[in-house]
Design a protein around this ligand. Structure first.
Ligand SMILES: C[S@@+](CC[C@H](N)C(=O)[O-])C[C@H]1O[C@@H](n2cnc3c(N)ncnc32)[C@H](O)[C@@H]1O
Length: 212
């Protein structure tokens, strides 16, 4: 487990962060619609996603979790946000001064503050190794309130072409974790996928947007 976290940190160190979307995620902007427009949104495995700013500008309180300190600091620097630092257990907290965004820096599984009212998961469940995916979901359920709004983007592609991450997840598996998910959108995203997908001969990487 610790070794894999080091691999993620190494990617940040070497700037191998091909998943990062400089303009944020288009599906989020199209489909995000929680009932409560100013709720607390949990963004696990957040990287330096621009989506944190987009969500906070809507009026949400945004909490990201990211293992890489390089990634967390880059987020604040690149968005010109002044932040203060503190700690919670073995996590470092980076908290913006003028906008409601905090990033807890450390292992997602060490984050235990509960009752988030919404989840935004892009590039997160698909980044988790399939062997520990059910633990990821189990932990997520402990962090979300009963009525929490969920917005999750999953990927599906044919086996045998490339190794994850990102890992493929079948819709039936998503629904086995959260039976209340509704498929909001689904499209072939091969054009925007990482070069390893395109080079592998795959012609379809299906991205599905799930909401509850
Ligand atoms: C594929 S990236 C997606 C980042 C972000 N969600 C986005 O859309 O840009 C996955 C991120 O999760 C982080 N990560 C991986 N495992 C983690 C863990 N166990 N705890 C916290 N962060 C983790 C990595 O450092 C990386 O930044």
């Amino acid at each position: 487990m610790k070794l894999l976290l080091r691999e993620w940190r190494d990617r940040w160190q070497d700037n191998r962060i091909g998943w990062h979307q400089e303009l944020g995620n288009a599906s989020l902007k199209k489909h995000w619609s929680p009932v409560n427009r100013s709720c607390t949104v949990l963004v696990p495995l957040c990287g330096k996603s621009k989506d944190l700013v987009w969500l906070a500008n809507l009026g949400h309180r945004v909490i990201g979790i990211e293992v890489s300190e390089i990634g967390a600091r880059a987020f604040f620097l690149e968005n010109n946000l002044i932040y203060k630092e503190s700690t919670y257990k073995n996590l470092k907290i980076f908290e913006a001064i003028n906008i409601q965004i905090s990033i807890y820096c450390g292992d997602y599984f060490d984050y235990d503050l509960c009752d988030a009212e919404a989840l935004y998961d892009r590039g997160s469940i698909v980044a988790i190794r399939p062997e520990i995916r059910s633990s990821y979901v189990h932990h997520m359920k402990s962090l979300l309130g009963q009525e929490a709004y969920k917005f999750i983007i999953s990927l599906e592609y044919a086996e045998g072409f490339v190794e994850g991450p990102p890992y493929s997840i079948k819709p039936v598996e998503m629904l086995s974790y959260w039976s209340d998910l509704i498929e909001k959108d689904s499209y072939n995203d091969i054009e925007n996928s990482s070069p390893k997908f395109r080079k592998s001969g795959l012609n379809q990487v299906i991205e599905t947007v799930w909401v509850s």
